[in-house]
Design a protein. Sequence first.
Length: 131
Amino acid sequence: MFLTRGAIRNPIMVLMTCLAVTVLSQIALTRLPRDLFPKITIPIILVSATYPGASPEAMEKTVTYPLEQAVTRVAGVTQILSTTRQGLTNIQVRFNWGGQPGHRRDRGHPKYPAHSPKSPARRHATVRAEV
């Protein structure tokens, strides 16, 4: 009640206050720092494995499944998408936002079963991880 009576009695003051708020907000907006191309690292790692001459079923059993099991042990994994074709496997690993995928890749890479001497695919499979 008090504010409405004051606004009705002093319309020029209300107009000047609105103009002052508008001008000050425009000045503040022009001084805000902004970056047109911010540096964003998307938390995704792509793992590719090749096993020349292997059928999709053999790739899935000897390479894809062991790699998926090894990758799930890395902390922060939210989703794993894999595609297996003749002689080729692509695995996309998505992580929570806020970490650095390069560190996760380095931490998870020695755990890949294709790199262990007991793996049947050790002689033929080539595993690559990219950020």
